[in-house]
Design a protein around this ligand. Structure first.
Ligand code: PMT
Length: 400
């Protein structure tokens, strides 16, 4: 999928820290999204990772000396600075943070940085006491007010033996923040409630009724909404996906729990997007202990109806934008249209879940959007991340 960093020129600055190895993976993730990445290393960084690794992955020579000889080496830092759409410093040591904050230009990276006019993303990583020191905190404050985007370090046991803040976030998290910095912020100030995943309706502690929802579609919507500046609450059934960062995640199991979490948060939300595959029925009785096999060849499980959460949202709706999904195996337009009307929705995203490239568990989806005014829009098969952004484009186009 083409993300917001596709084709962008990104300069990756690597400093001398034990976390420098993570920059290799970061470079790989950026290249995967087809960004053009150039690497500048400090001399100390070369003690931790060889420039050959970065050159092989970026396909471009690494710069670490402003005085090196070569075709255009002497002006390289100015040229790269002018062409850059973003500069990412990962890991950023206390030393380089001090240089950037005070305008010191005594090596390739710090000299280059003074010429940069594009967005600057800094990922500090160091010993916890160093990170918390007055000098580093003061310098970071200066850089924040200079417009630097600081990716806060993680906390925990650090390689140096200390415990506390200072750990370089995982490359996926840094790549996510880079994407965030490139995404338009048309959802600023909006509170967005998203549901995702399946529900589980237990008949005893080890058995339940559920469905194959992986949560991918709902998580993609939640992440896209956060990238666009929204304040996102994700109510999720059980999935194997990592909880997305910068999003409030409420984990639930059953439809009853999902209903409660959704109703608790509905009134404060401007936009509600219900992607979750909620079980329509639950076992009428829930045994306290595991039910034994017994001698019967057949067994009957009595079910009772779960509340239709979305229908109730539609009933309570005031000025929120309400979006549903319809998972169908046939007659998409007829069934989705009925749900749109019955549940008082603004948009319903219908997907034929019988297609191999669509619906449950897949990375792609083929969705048709049905609008309240009777119009529809069939989207081609695309990555769920791309579907999420188009859906949010359409939501942003509606008046709330
Ligand atoms: O999670 P993935 O693996 O990525 O798969 C994505 C998906 C197939 C689950 C998703 O694209 C999708 O179609 N989600 C809706 C699934 C569903 O429950 O569809 P439905 O047609 O049964 O329900 C219609 C709408 O009513 C849905 O928005 C649903 O959240 C809501 N509903 C349904 C029943 C119920 N008791 N309460 C509800 O709120």
């Amino acid at each position: 999928m083409k993300t917001a960093i596709h084709g962008k020129n990104i300069v990756l600055g690597v400093c001398g820290g034990i976390a420098a190895y993570k920059s290799v993976e970061l470079l790989r993730l950026l290249k995967k999204q087809e960004a053009n990445v150039r690497v500048i290393m400090t001399q100390n960084a070369r003690e931790f990772v060889g420039p050959m690794t970065f050159e092989a992955l970026s396909g471009l020579p690494v710069c670490s000396d402003i005085f090196e000889r070569g075709a255009d080496a002497s002006i390289r830092h100015i040229e790269w600075a002018e062409e850059a759409d973003a500069v990412v410093i990962a890991p950023a040591t206390a030393n380089i943070i001090g240089k950037f904050a005070n305008g010191i230009a005594d090596d390739a990276l710090s000299t280059f940085m003074l010429a940069v006019t594009s967005r600057q993303i800094l990922c500090p990583s160091m010993n916890a006491n160093m990170y918390l020191s007055n000098a580093v905190q003061r310098n970071l404050e200066i850089l924040r007010s200079d417009g630097y985007f600081i990716v806060e370090p993680g906390s925990g046991d650090l390689a140096c033996g200390t415990t506390g803040p200072g750990r370089l976030p995982e490359p996926e998290e840094i790549a996510d923040r880079i994407l965030y910095s490139f995404t338009k912020k048309d959802m600023n100030g909006k509170k967005i409630l998203v549901t995702a995943g399946p529900t589980r309706e237990h008949s005893d502690p080890v058995r339940f009724i559920s469905n194959p929802s992986s949560g991918k579609m709902g998580y993609a919507i939640a992440k896209a909404a956060e990238h666009r500046g929204g304040e996102v609450i994700l109510v999720t059934g059980p999935t194997n996906l990592a909880p997305p960062s910068h999003i409030t995640v409420v984990s639930v199991k059953s439809a009853k729990e999902m209903a409660q979490a959704v109703f608790d948060n509905m009134e404060n939300s401007h936009i509600v997007i219900k992607t979750a595959a909620v079980a329509d029925y639950r076992p009428k009785e829930m045994a306290d202990q595991k039910v034994k096999k017994g001698t019967d060849d057949e067994k009957v499980l009595h079910l009772e109806k779960n509340q239709d959460i979305l229908k109730e949202l539609g009933r309570r709706k005031q000025d929120q934008i309400l979006v549903g999904f319809a998972a169908e195996t046939e007659k998409l337009e007829k069934h989705a249209g009925k749900k749109l009307a019955e549940k008082n929705l603004d948009i319903i995203a219908g997907n034929l879940v019988s297609r191999p490239d669509s619906g449950f568990g897949t990375d792609t989806n083929q969705v048709t959007l049905f609008y309240r005014n009777g119009t529809k829009e069939a989207l081609p098969v695309m990555e769920k991340d791309a579907v999420a952004h188009i859906l949010l484009d359409r939501v942003a186009g509606l008046k709330s």
